[in-house]
Write a protein that binds this ligand. Structure first.
Ligand code: 13P
Ligand code: SF4
Length: 386
């Protein structure tokens, strides 16, 4: 099955919509999906990997489950994984254990004869789905009508579909990740007086206000579900940052009360959060940064120090196991996994690897040539940032 991104403006993976009505998984797997209870899954994954040898490269995002991450040739945040994909020209198959927008970016950054595979097509991202191509075009028209489009540089977070990245490429903009949002904004403000930041309002606001000396009143939020984004021409004219009204449903769960609560429970605790968290949470935290930053910070922390981490739970649990000499706790009291990242489980990985080993390419992610060209322009601008 090949999945091609087109400029339909529709969310890519609406779970269960007519695809496989009898399965709670929502997405069918041609052939046999192994049972999760199969005790031979680890051995099967090892055997399929060994059979594929150097033809295969497995990328694993930090939010993946342990059962999957053990098979990753490299782990990383979105930025590192994009670079790793681009740096593997000899791998025939890139199996992406992450979510759809990451696999699309890998396809864009690799050559035409390399195949990128996403083990479960239901592994999308609710944040990426909050900005569709049609909505972004409509927004741009609103900026043109307000007479400011020429002043605006569009920057999209990596967590967006390929056609939104292509939109930014075509319109003089770039992609960023949580590791380089500040550099991307500095780049943008050398080229225009305003930025349209897609689709994560929190990363945009946190970077502008906490790292670039802008005020909250320099930011406005464009709501794609309201005429003109719910903004007046004056508000658009006054704003430096036009933030898309999107967010991460996982990081959006952390509240300022979570921070107060953990500080009471664990005196002296260091609160470390991802910049997809809300501004009120980030301003109460001690440190903020991407998943790679979070890992580095904990690696460098002295033994005996206490940390409360505001990011996805698979990563926090793994860090707590990796650094038993530090007290590492989850910032929220309730469980908070990314449900779409979790779609990639060992049965799907085994199914994908065994299919490849048998010569059948399944769940290939491809981006059409024109979209890929312009998305690559935007991605290359990011990769070239100092
Ligand atoms: P990073 O990998 O850039 O830290 O982003 C986290 C995330 O939410 C990925 O979907
Ligand atoms: Fe999307 Fe948030 Fe999940 Fe990342 S953690 S894939 S931004 S929903």
């Amino acid at each position: 099955m090949v999945v091609t991104t087109t400029q339909t403006g529709l969310p890519l993976f609406v779970l269960g919509q007519g695809r496989d009505p009898h399965s709670e998984r929502g997405v069918e797997c041609p052939g046999e999906l192994p049972a999760a209870s199969d005790p031979g899954l680890v051995a099967r994954a090892r055997a399929a990997k060994a059979a594929l040898g150097d033809r295969l490269f497995v990328l694993g995002h930090h939010y993946q489950r342990d059962e999957v991450i053990q098979f990753a040739d490299v782990t990383g945040d979105s930025f590192k994984l994009a670079r790793e994909a681009a740096a593997r020209p000899h791998a025939e198959y890139i199996v992406f254990c992450g979510v759809h927008f990451m696999a699309e970016s890998a396809d864009i950054l690799t050559s035409d004869d390399q195949r990128v595979v996403l083990p479960d097509l239901a592994a999308g991202c609710s944040m990426a789905d909050m900005a569709t191509f049609d909505q972004v075009e409509e927004c741009w028209e609103a900026l043109e009508d307000a007479g400011i489009a020429d002043d605006v540089v569009p920057i999209t977070y990596m967590n967006s579909s390929a056609d939104i990245k292509a939109f930014c490429g075509r319109n003089g903009g770039a992609v960023c990740t949580s590791s380089n949002a500040r550099k991307a904004l500095e780049w943008a403000f050398q080229r225009g007086r305003k930025v349209l930041f897609l689709p994560d309002q929190h990363l945009g606001r946190n970077t502008a206000v906490l790292e670039m000396d802008m005020g909250l009143d320099d930011c406005v939020v464009y709501n794609p579900h309201r005429p003109n984004g719910g903004l007046t021409a004056q508000q658009l004219a006054d704003a430096k940052m036009i933030l898309w009204r999107g967010h991460c449903s996982v990081h959006g769960r952390f509240t300022p009360e979570c921070v107060d609560d953990v500080r009471q429970r664990i005196p002296g605790v260091n609160v470390l959060v991802h910049p997809e968290c809300r501004h009120e949470v980030v301003t109460k935290a001690d440190h903020v940064g991407s998943t790679e930053y979070i890992i580095r910070k904990l690696r460098e922390a002295p033994a005996g120090s206490a940390w409360a981490i505001g990011t996805e739970l698979n990563l926090v649990k793994r860090l707590a196991q990796e650094f038993p000499d530090k007290q590492i706790t989850f910032l929220d009291r309730t469980v908070c996994y990314c449900s779409t990242m979790n779609r990639i489980d060992l049965p799907h990985l085994v199914w994908a690897l065994e299919s490849l080993a048998a010569g059948q390419v399944v769940n290939q992610i491809t981006v059409d040539a024109d979209t890929a060209h312009w998305a690559k322009v935007a991605l290359d601008r990011m990769l070239a940032l100092p």
